[in-house]
Design a protein around this ligand. Structure first.
Ligand SMILES: N[C@@H](CCC(=O)N[C@@H](CS)C(=O)NCC(=O)O)C(=O)O
Length: 214
C-alpha cells in the first residue's frame, strides 16, 4: 500500500531539515519504505480536506490505505512497529526505546520549542531580554541531564533506535542557538545521527522540495 505524507510546499526553514516531515522521512528511509509526498501550502493546511487529516492544521500527516495519522511520535512509532530497523526485538529493550521517543517529545522538545518561540515570536517584546536567560537555563538543564546519561555511548540505549531518531531530530533544532555545541557529547550524538545514510536521504529529499520551489 502506498504511503503518503504531507510536507510544507515552502518550508520556513528553507530546507534545513527542521520541519517535522524530515523525521518521518528518516523513519521511512531507515526501514526501507518507499513513500510519496503531498505538498501543502499554509492556506491548504487550514482547509477542510487537510483539517480532516490533521485536526490542528499542521504537517506532517501519514496516509496508508484507509489509515490516516498525525503527530510525528505516533507516525514514527507506527512505522517502527510495522517494519524492522527501528525497534529492538527484545520486549524490554523495545519498551525502553519507546520511552526515549516519549522523552524526546515530552521532556526535551518543549524547552527547545520555547527557546525558538522566544526568539521568533517574542523577540521584540520588552520583557524578552529578562526572560531569555530563564528560557535558556531550562534548555541547558535538560541538555546537561541528557549529556550525562548519554555519556560516551553512541546511542541512548544500545543500538540506534526510534528513540535516537526522535531525540536527534529534536536536538537538531537547537543547533542555530549555539547551545548544542556547549555539549560536545550531544553535538557528537547529533552528528552521528546526521551521518546515517537514511538521514542523508531524508534530508536531501526535503531539500529538493525547497530548491524546486525557489
Ligand atoms: N506535535 C506535532 C507538531 C507538528 C508541527 O508543529 N508541525 C509544524 C511544522 S514542523 C507545522 O505544521 N506548523 C504550522 C502550524 O502549526 O500552523 C508533531 O510532532 O507532529
Amino acid at each position: 500500500m502506498t504511503i503518503t505524507i504531507t510536507a510544507f510546499e515552502r518550508s520556513p526553514d528553507r530546507g534545513q531539515g527542521l520541519a517535522r516531515d524530515t523525521r518521518v522521512r528518516w523513519a521511512l528511509e531507515e526501514t526501507g519504505q518507499p513513500y510519496e509526498v503531498r505538498l501543502v501550502s499554509f492556506r491548504a493546511m487550514q482547509e477542510p480536506a487537510h483539517m480532516a487529516l490533521h485536526p490542528f492544521g499542521q504537517i506532517p500527516t501519514y496516509e496508508e490505505g484507509d489509515l490516516a495519522l498525525f503527530e510525528t511520535g505516533a507516525i514514527v512509532l507506527h512505522i517502527a512497529g510495522r517494519h524492522a530497523g527501528l525497534l529492538p526485538k527484545d520486549a524490554n529493550a523495545r519498551a525502553r526505546a519507546i520511552t526515549w521517543m516519549f522523552a524526546a517529545l515530552n521532556t526535551v522538545e518543549p524547552p527547545i520549542l520555547e527557546l525558538a518561540n522566544a526568539k521568533l515570536l517574542e523577540g521584540d517584546k520588552p520583557w524578552n531580554r529578562e526572560r531569555q536567560p530563564l528560557v535558556e537555563d531550562r534548555v541547558r538543564n535538560r541538555m546537561g541531564q541528557l549529556s550525562r546519561r548519554l555519556g560516551d555511548a553512541d546511542w541512548l540505549d544500545g543500538a540506534f533506535s526510534a528513540g535516537d531518531l526522535m531525540m536527534v531530530s529534536v536536538l537538531l533544532r537547537l543547533r542555530s542557538s549555539g547551545i548544542l555545541d556547549e555539549y560536545p557529547k550531544l553535538a557528537g550524538y547529533v552528528a552521528r545521527g546526521e551521518a546515517r545514510p537514511a538521514y542523508q536521504r531524508a534530508f536531501e529529499a526535503q531539500l529538493a522540495v525547497y530548491k524546486e520551489g525557489s
